[in-house]
Design a protein around this ligand. Structure first.
Ligand SMILES: C[S@@+](CC[C@H](N)C(=O)[O-])C[C@H]1O[C@@H](n2cnc3c(N)ncnc32)[C@H](O)[C@@H]1O
Length: 229
């Protein structure tokens, strides 16, 4: 009679990469990984791998295709780079008592990371409903009660906040309409406007600051009677 061997289930050992991600993800979900520690962790990842690593860490999948009927002036979804987000948070600087708003927030990458790095309440305003649903799901899974997403056209919505972020989300009349809304906010309180990959020329109530990155422009509101931030 032959001897029967018990079938072995192949066990795949977890790679160092996967283990590091799993532990960092657990620390984010428990609230243990925030602020400077998260920033240091991101900077320890080689710069060419940093964006993919962040997506894996926070669980961002490939975005769905853009909706077919984007209105005139609206730019399709493309995520900001981690390096621009890190520079924005440290150079604004974004603080725990800020109200951060990403106008055209896509999958929520900037909103979620800005909140994790600073502790600030953070909101995304996004025109494309499927992206809003995905961003809300991400935020629920990561257990982030101070992060929220609104499905709206930023040009037609009442805005409020202390720091506004725009990664080239719109142009033309749509951008002019949003700037009028931001000016209304700046008449009530000082604000900072962050623009990635574009500049806001000729906006009389904004003053440009020097930044460490050519891709990042920062502006302080400058409205008579309203103190600087
Ligand atoms: C270049 S992506 C930037 C995404 C995100 N802010 C980031 O940096 O990762 C521009 C986003 O703005 C959205 N968008 C365009 N026009 C908009 C509008 N009027 N109101 C709200 N969102 C808008 C687009 O759907 C798209 O998701």
């Amino acid at each position: 009679m032959g001897v029967r061997c018990r079938q072995q289930t192949p066990v795949r050992s977890e790679s160092i990469h996967d283990k590091r991600l799993r532990m960092a993800r657990a620390d984010i979900e428990s609230g243990a990984l925030r602020g400077a520690a998260l920033s240091e962790l991101l900077l320890s990842i080689p710069s060419l791998e940093r964006d993919v690593w962040l997506d894996e860490l926070l669980g961002f999948d490939e975005p769905p295709p853009d909706i077919a009927n984007l209105p005139r002036g609206a730019v399709p979804y493309l995520p900001s780079g981690v390096d621009e987000i890190l520079a924005m948070v440290s150079e604004v600087p974004l603080r725990r008592d800020d109200a951060f708003v990403d106008l055209g927030s896509g999958l929520g990458r900037v909103v979620i990371l800005a909140h994790l790095l600073s502790g600030a309440r953070a909101q995304g305003v996004e025109l494309q409903e499927p992206l809003v649903h995905l961003a809300r799901a991400r935020c629920a899974e990561l257990a982030l009660p101070l992060v929220s997403f609104v499905h709206a056209n930023a040009a037609d919505t009442e805005l409020d906040g202390s720091v506004f972020f725009l990664y080239s989300p719109f142009n033309g009349e749509m951008l002019s309409a949003v700037l009028r809304r931001l000016e209304d906010v700046a008449r009530r309180r000082p604000i900072v406007v962050c623009a990635v990959d574009f500049e806001l020329h000729g906006v009389t109530w904004l003053r440009a600051r020097k930044t460490s990155k050519v891709s990042l422009a920062l502006y302080d509101s400058c409205v008579p009677g309203v103190p600087l931030r």
